[in-house]
Design a protein around this ligand. Structure first.
Ligand code: NYM
Ligand code: MG
Length: 204
């Protein structure tokens, strides 16, 4: 059976990732695919609750400690994600290790140090980066409610993201309409699924 595809959506806060993830999952389901949504941070776990307390300013944590919690929150999902991919289910993932590195590096931590704890995590097959100028993000609803949602930090985060950008990233202009972004993302995702089914990369 063909392994499921790991499709990641990354970007700064308020770029529209969650909306696009939900639309992509719905569209792929409609087309008969087995597909599930994963979201990081996953605030439902014990580690996720600590992250939530930090993000909502209910708890103070050392920058390195919170970085490791974000990473641990991915590691605790690994077995289940791998199992689903192996079973042929596609995963649409809302943020992942790039967010982990981008936010912590933007706060001033060393880039290499930030990358280390995520080494060995299952890798995405396709990464979309929803790019939105910080001035636009600020105008969107809810900006400023959580830790990290301020212009200076978001600008640095965006710079680190662009530094991390790989050749395989698909850049999406998040100023476009929800529908036009969705069409582009769906088209690329379907193409990736088709290629994945053909190229026999699923022997592992
Ligand atoms: N965030 C997210 C990190 O700082 N490190 C990480 O590893 C991840 C996955 O959490 N401002 C930050 C980015 C966001 C915040 O994410 C909450 P969301 O998608 O708004 O729930
Ligand atoms: Mg947020």
């Amino acid at each position: 059976m063909a392994r499921g595809r790991f499709i990641l959506l990354e970007g700064c806060d308020r770029a529209g990732k969650s909306t696009q993830c939900a639309m992509l999952v719905a569209a792929l389901k409609e087309k008969g695919h087995s597909v599930e949504l994963c979201k990081f941070p996953d605030r439902t776990t014990t580690i996720g609750q600590m992250i939530h307390a930090y993000l909502t300013n209910a708890k103070e944590l050392d920058d390195r400690a919170i970085h490791l919690l974000f990473s641990a929150n991915r590691w605790e999902a690994m077995q289940s994600m791998k199992r689903k991919l192996k079973g042929g289910t596609h995963l649409v993932v809302d943020r992942y290790a790039y967010s982990g590195v981008a936010f912590s590096t933007a706060k001033g931590l060393d880039l290499t140090w930030c990358k280390n704890p995520d080494k060995g995590l299952v890798r995405p097959d396709l990464t979309f980066f929803l790019d939105l100028p910080t001035t636009e993000a600020e105008k969107r609803g809810g900006f400023g409610e959580e830790r990290y949602e301020n212009r200076e930090l978001q600008e640095r985060v965006r710079e680190v993201f662009l530094q991390l950008k790989g050749k395989e990233w698909v850049m999406i202009d998040a100023r476009e309409t929800v529908q036009s972004m969705h069409h582009r993302i769906l088209k690329e995702a379907e193409e990736n699924i088709r290629v994945g089914e053909l190229d026999g990369r699923f022997a592992e």
